[in-house]
Design a protein around this ligand. Structure first.
Ligand SMILES: Nc1ncnc2c1ncn2[C@@H]1O[C@H](COP(=O)(O)OP(=O)(O)OP(=O)(O)O)[C@@H](O)[C@H]1O
Length: 572
């Protein structure tokens, strides 16, 4: 961020003489002394956290002198909090003050538009049901302090957010959702269903975390800052466009179509998501509880999976993802909050019950940036981003997919745990010739499927990085097919799951694909598919990736880079 040095003499709130200086990406408020001693620093604010400077209109109260309002998010301990400072500018400095306001706003916004027009959708019942008070006490004051024009609408029922965005005029700079992932999903589906769907989906979506899992916020803000509401507001105000892929999900035979930005879960992972709705009060701990419950029954998923595979070698996938991060992203992390998982898994018992992990159950609203805050960020992609033309067309119609011979097919076997040592010559991979060495972790005929889980961001929950080699906007979806294995092996897979370590397990078959079909071979056993956490009855799913179709906002212009991807060796 370029920063011009500029000082402005002012009269401080305590009537002492002061100086506002903008330098090195910071705004400092200094109190000057009369006796030649060095100035005293009263306040400092990173320009990334600076919201607005406004020279008030002349008023009878101050006569010739004018009031200058400064609003920023200041780090106090582990929290970012809204700070409003008012100083006075003497007539002799008014011209300089107008220039100074322009300078500080230019430096603070670095090419971004200040004072955005925001559609703010609030789900009063998501997560722990605190969205309304969080919005009232924290979100709206911050957005107003940044000069945003907020159109706030509370959702009254399921799919209401979808109805709202289907009808809006496309006049908003951002659609914000005070909710979990469910309302984001509805916004995407509402925009995508419009006759001008392509254009509508260009409006970026910015989540404010008031749901239970808030997977999107984990991936945008990091584990420590998932529930950091002021930081999410800053992202809304200062975020840069992050184009993301969507999936078109077509259910047959109903031919119902939905759009997914997050995940397709079948088998255990679907039950875990849908079957724990009543535990919403637990926050994201409900997923861990659901997982432990699921592996007590180990119900398998009879299915046929067909995938248009782009890559399936785990070592290669990890290597490429790490290279991409190293070359294009820079290993930078947004956070600053405390790690909610540090002690989280220690309290677990594994026989279907769990003591609530300390860091998760009791406190899901805490992590906030540290005093100094993160380092200034390199600008992410802005106008240069390779985005589809902003035309008024609808998205392409959905069709039943027609696999050709290059697609990989997997058919689940029995539901008995499979532990056979794999033959090194057996191969069913795409294009494999006789005698080709099979890749570690390749599918073995006869294995049962415990779950099928496809995702479009690394983390699905704070304690599960299910797709650690996912990088956004590549036109592929990452697929995990988990074999039925002994229960203890699944329990062990929990350890390190938040770091993506389960990726290396042979029983987790991992593919990057641009399209896939799953056929349900025992509907009575597995009636429900979960698409971004929403339940659907299914006979078969036809799923296709639509590259870079929607937009989010992100402080870095990309999802948070995990430690998994910061490793630069090509091995585990
Ligand atoms: N007023 C309302 N009454 C009942 N349901 C609502 C209302 N407003 C929205 N909903 C529904 O609430 C569901 C859950 O929403 P949301 O995603 O915000 O929270 P969550 O499920 O707790 O969080 P997450 O998706 O992150 O786990 C959505 O399906 C949404 O349609």
């Amino acid at each position: 961020m370029a920063s011009r040095h500029q000082d402005l003499p002012v009269i401080l709130h305590n009537e002492k003489r002061g100086l506002l200086t903008v330098e090195d990406g910071r705004l400092d408020v200094l109190q000057l002394s009369r006796d030649g001693r060095p100035p005293k620093q009263l306040m400092t604010c990173h320009l990334r956290n600076f919201l607005s400077a406004h020279l008030a209109a002349p008023s009878a109260k101050f006569g010739e002198t004018r009031r200058l309002d400064l609003h920023c998010l200041r780090a106090k301990g582990n929290e970012l909090s809204l700070t409003k400072l008012h100083v006075l500018v003497e007539p002799i400095n008014l011209t300089e003050a107008e220039e100074w306001v322009q300078t500080v706003m230019d430096a603070a916004y670095d090419g971004l538009k200040p004072g955005k027009r925001v559609l703010l959708l609030v789900n009063p019942v998501g997560g722990k049901g605190k969205a309304k008070s969080i919005v009232h006490n924290t979100v709206v004051p911050i957005l107003q302090a940044a000069g945003c024009n907020v159109d706030l609408r509370e959702t009254k029922h399921r799919l209401h957010a979808e109805e709202i965005v289907r009808m809006i005029d496309l006049v908003y700079d951002v659609i914000a959702t005070a909710s979990g992932d469910g309302v984001v999903y509805e916004v995407i589906n509402g925009l995508a269903a419009r006759p001008d769907g392509r254009k509508a989906l260009q409006t970026p979506i910015a989540p404010i975390p008031t749901g239970s899992a808030n997977s999107l916020c984990i991936n945008l803000f990091g584990i420590k800052d998932t529930f950091n509401v002021p930081f999410a507001c800053l992202n809304l105000i200062k975020g840069r466009p992050l184009p993301i892929d969507l999936c078109s999900v077509l259910f047959a035979p109903s031919m119902t179509r939905r759009f997914s930005f997050l995940s397709t879960a079948l088998g255990l992972m679907s039950e875990l998501d849908i079957g724990t709705e009543h535990l919403r009060w637990m926050g994201d701990t409900r997923f861990l509880v659901g997982f432990l419950k699921g592996i007590t029954t180990m119900k398998h998923l009879p299915c046929r999976i067909k995938m248009k595979v782009v890559e399936d070698d785990k070592v290669e996938m990890a290597k490429r993802a790490r290279e991409r991060v190293r070359d294009h992203v820079g290993a930078r992390h947004v956070g600053g909050g405390k790690d909610p998982l540090a002690d989280g898994l220690r309290g677990l018992s594994v026989n279907g019950h769990t003591a609530p992990p300390a860091g998760l159950a009791n406190d899901v609203t805490t992590p906030l940036p540290t005093t100094s805050g993160p380092e200034p960020l390199e600008p992410g992609p802005t106008e240069e981003v390779d985005r589809p033309a902003q035309n008024d067309e609808p998205l392409p119609a959905a069709q039943l997919l027609q696999p050709d011979t290059t697609w990989v097919t997997i058919e689940s076997g029995s539901g008995t745990a499979h532990l056979k040592k794999r033959s090194s010559t057996q191969s069913i991979q795409k294009g494999a010739a006789n005698g080709e060495t099979r890749k570690a972790g390749a599918w073995v005929d006869g294995e049962g499927v415990l779950y099928f889980y496809a995702g479009m961001m690394p983390w699905i929950a704070r304690d599960l990085m299910q797709w650690p080699v996912y990088t956004s906007g590549d036109g592929v979806i990452d697929i995990v097919v988990q074999s039925v294995v002994p229960r203890l092996m699944m329990v062990n897979a929990i350890t390190g799951a938040e770091k993506g370590e389960a990726y290396w397990l042979d029983c987790q078959h991992y593919y990057k694909a641009s399209a896939f079909i799953v056929e349900n071979l025992a509907k009575a056993n597995n009636p429900v598919a979960s698409i971004d956490g929403e339940a659907f009855e299914w006979d078969s799913l036809h799923v296709e990736v639509l590259p870079r179709t929607a937009n989010l906002l992100s402080m870095e212009g990309h999802y948070v880079v995990s430690d998994f991807l910061k490793k630069h060796d090509t091995k585990k």
